[in-house]
Design a protein around this ligand. Structure first.
Ligand code: DAV
Length: 379
């Protein structure tokens, strides 16, 4: 009997094999219908740069990503990296053109492991349309070596102009607030759209956030795909987040019974029942060490990257080294806290959870939320 190479059911079981992102060849975020990048800090009003990122920024991010890889290897985890690529070429499909691509520092956004299956997400932005290609040599290798590995490619949307909601980026704040319970963002509901980082895996249950990067059809596609295998897919909502993108700075399960939550982004009322009815604790993360304005100039994520942690096991978590308040909280909750500097990666799309994609964790799918009045697939 061969042992599985690809198998990961949740966010916390002992990590055995992981892909760590690489900033080589990365370009700046592209202004497009699904994204409007902005600078932060004193130069906030200058235009957002275009094209490849400078070599020194890439070198600093690479040093931190390599540091994470070294820590993981020292802990006995097998680490693999995507092959370097140039992301500066433009992309032209029958439906859109985009002036350049993005990069592969954040594999979490693109790939989702569910048990023995690797799902390539549809993605939601044009500059990331072909990002999966950078991982194909790795995925093919897993597929060849693991006869039970299942390789699934979710249907690519057109990313044509009509897939996006015109005007979204210019809505005044009051309008956003008024519409917050509609969960309508820059993508429409006309095509299947999801980024893998909007999903959190909890064994038999998966949570998917409705966001700027995942729409209701995307969630429905995941339900229809996964539920016949006995899994349960739940959509979750955080109405106070007016620009939601990826769930891993908002709702971060750390072990069975415990989720790290974002005090600025409570769950939609009623959705907490699933957790409380099953005796789970929702523990708010402490305030991050940086304000949003202090985040790196070209970083497009919020200060809540502080809670974008990577679990090595139900009792060991890797955190960014400056987030002392979080280290203390996790220590008090009984975790061994490992730290690495990671702020130079922030401008490349995220922190420790974003920059990794787990391929194998020990353990099986478990039912950690057995009490629920679950609404199965409804057509
Ligand atoms: O809170 O800004 C960022 C996630 C990055 N992939 C946030 C979410």
């Amino acid at each position: 009997m061969t042992t599985a190479l690809v198998s990961s059911w949740n966010e916390w079981d002992p990590l055995e094999e992981v892909v760590v992102g690489d900033p080589t060849g990365a370009c700046y975020d592209v202004t497009e219908p699904g994204h409007r990048p902005k600078r932060r800090g004193p130069r906030r009003d200058l235009p957002f740069p275009r094209g490849p990122k400078p070599a020194d920024a890439i070198a600093r991010a690479r040093a931190e990503l390599d540091g994470l890889a070294a820590l993981l290897e020292a802990r006995g985890v097998t680490v693999r990296r995507p092959a370097p690529r140039d992301f500066s070429p433009a992309v032209r499909t029958p439906d859109f053109t985009v002036e350049h691509q993005y990069g592969v520092a954040c594999p979490r956004d693109v790939l989702l492991t569910v048990g023995p299956e690797i799902i390539e997400a549809t993605m939601s932005r044009r500059a990331r349309y072909f990002e999966h290609l950078a991982y194909r040599p790795l995925i093919l290798d897993y597929w060849r070596r693991d006869p039970r590995m299942v390789w699934t490619v979710a249907p690519k949307p057109t990313m044509a102009d009509c897939m996006y909601r015109p005007g979204f980026w210019d809505w005044p704040l009051e309008e956003r607030h008024r519409r917050m319970h509609d969960y309508e963002f820059c993508i429409t509901q006309d095509e299947v759209v999801f980024d893998a980082a909007d999903v959190m895996r909890l064994g038999r249950d998966l949570l998917v956030q409705e966001s700027m990067t995942t729409n209701r059809l995307g969630i429905h596609w995941l339900k229809r795909h996964l539920e016949p295998r006995g899994l349960r897919v739940h959509s979750v909502h955080f109405p106070l987040d007016h620009f939601p993108s990826h769930i891993d700075c908002t709702f971060v399960p750390l072990r069975p019974g415990l989720v790290l939550t974002n005090p600025d982004r409570p769950l939609q009322r009623g959705e907490e029942r699933l957790f409380l009815d099953n005796g789970w604790q929702l523990v708010d993360a402490p305030l991050p060490s940086l304000s949003n304005e202090e985040m790196p100039e070209f970083c497009q994520s919020s200060r809540w990257l502080s809670m974008n942690v990577l679990s090595l096991s139900p009792r060991t978590v890797v955190c960014e080294s400056a987030e002392h308040a979080l280290h203390e909280l996790l220590d008090g909750l009984g975790f061994e806290v490992l730290v690495v500097p990671f702020r130079h990666v922030y401008a490349f799309g995220g922190s420790l959870h974003c920059a990794t994609w787990d391929v194998r964790r020990a353990g099986e799918s478990g039912d950690h939320l057995p009490r629920q009045s679950y609404a199965p697939l409804d057509g």
